[in-house]
Design a protein around this ligand. Structure first.
Ligand code: PMP
Length: 314
């Protein structure tokens, strides 16, 4: 079904803008991990191939383009939002290309690499308390927007239907096409929940038999950057827990182990939430005798390279 590299990438025409480069990411087959799951095929969407380096390009582009179409985003307004990093990088990337200033509320403990990338793209950063995580950043973005609503375009990714719809219209159909509709299980981490909700709804509409498995950190204090522990967090308005057939909890150490294994056994440099997605995918796949399990690797490793977890033997 797939080429020898098990990737499917559509041609891109010359002269495309950054927005045109978003999506149509490769679906990579995890050959080495399949040895542990006889009869079950394992695939992951390599979302770091997006121009901003993460899955969030899809949602950010959709929210910005919808803002332009509705008139809420006009030139002279600043794009403002709360983000643990990747949505910010996406806003900064697309904002730069389309001529908007971008201001981001970011927990101060976001990785140094993320801050450097955001600054390189010209974004203004407002740091919030590391103890309050992304919730503190959300509160600050709300406060800034409320105090000067005309100055800002506030997409509010946690409550914007464009977030999940981006995945309904792109990630979902891509996975159906890239697996020739054969997938049986879909596994994805929950941050804003846009990836899981949008892709999951599309897959359900295509085949109600497809099982949808969401992935969360196992507790409030965790190192799974980009993922939310819903019980202890501000729950995103777009999140509907009833969509999932199952909700798996992954601890940070298990995600680190999988990030290292992914690099050293498949040659894929994924981010920490990719490790969590892989850990959950293996839990699901090990229970099956046959199946096609697809997950999403939201970003790559480059923003986490200075973290100490790399220097432990697998
Ligand atoms: N992983 C990483 C690294 C992320 O930045 C995000 C976005 N917060 C996610 C996973 C979760 O994606 P979503 O917001 O679509 O749930």
């Amino acid at each position: 079904m797939f080429s020898s590299t098990d990737c499917l990438v559509l041609d891109r025409s010359a002269g495309s803008s950054v927005v045109d480069l978003i999506g149509r990411t490769p679906l990579v087959r995890l050959h080495r991990f399949e040895r542990e799951t006889p009869g079950v095929e394992l695939y992951a969407k390599a979302e770091w191939q997006n121009p901003g380096g993460s899955v969030k390009d899809r949602a950010a582009a959709r929210m910005i383009l919808e803002g332009e179409a509705s008139g809420a985003l006009t030139h002279g307004r600043t794009i403002l939002d709360a983000t643990s990093g990747n949505t910010g990088i996406a806003y900064a990337t697309i904002g730069a290309a389309r001529g908007y200033a971008v201001t981001l509320c970011v927990p101060e403990n976001a990785s140094a690499e993320r801050k450097l990338i955001l600054r390189a793209l010209g974004a203004t950063l407002v740091f919030t308390s590391p103890l309050e995580g992304t919730d503190g950043a959300i509160r600050e973005a709300r406060r800034m927007h409320a105090s000067d609503p005309d100055r800002y375009f506030y997409p509010d990714q946690y409550n914007n239907d464009g977030n999940w719809r981006a995945h309904y219209d792109t990630t979902g159909p891509e996975i159906i096409e890239q697996t020739s509709g054969r997938l049986t299980h879909f596994v994805a981490g929950l941050g804003t929940s846009g990836t899981f909700m949008g892709t999951g709804r599309r897959l359900r509409a295509f085949n109600p038999g497809i099982k949808l498995i969401s992935v969360q950190p196992d507790g409030p204090m965790h190192g799974l950057e980009g993922l939310k522990h819903m019980e202890s967090a501000i729950v995103p308005g777009i999140y509907d827990p009833s969509l999932a057939d199952e909700d798996l909890r992954i601890d940070t150490e298990s995600a680190y182990v999988m990030v290292r294994r992914l690099a050293r056994e498949e040659g894929l440099l994924g981010g920490i939430s990719s490790g969590a997605a892989l850990a959950a995918t293996l839990i699901v796949a090990r229970r099956l005798r046959a199946g096609v399990v697809v997950t999403v690797f939201p970003d790559g490793a480059e923003k986490y390279l200075s973290e100490p977890f790399w220097h432990v033997d697998v």
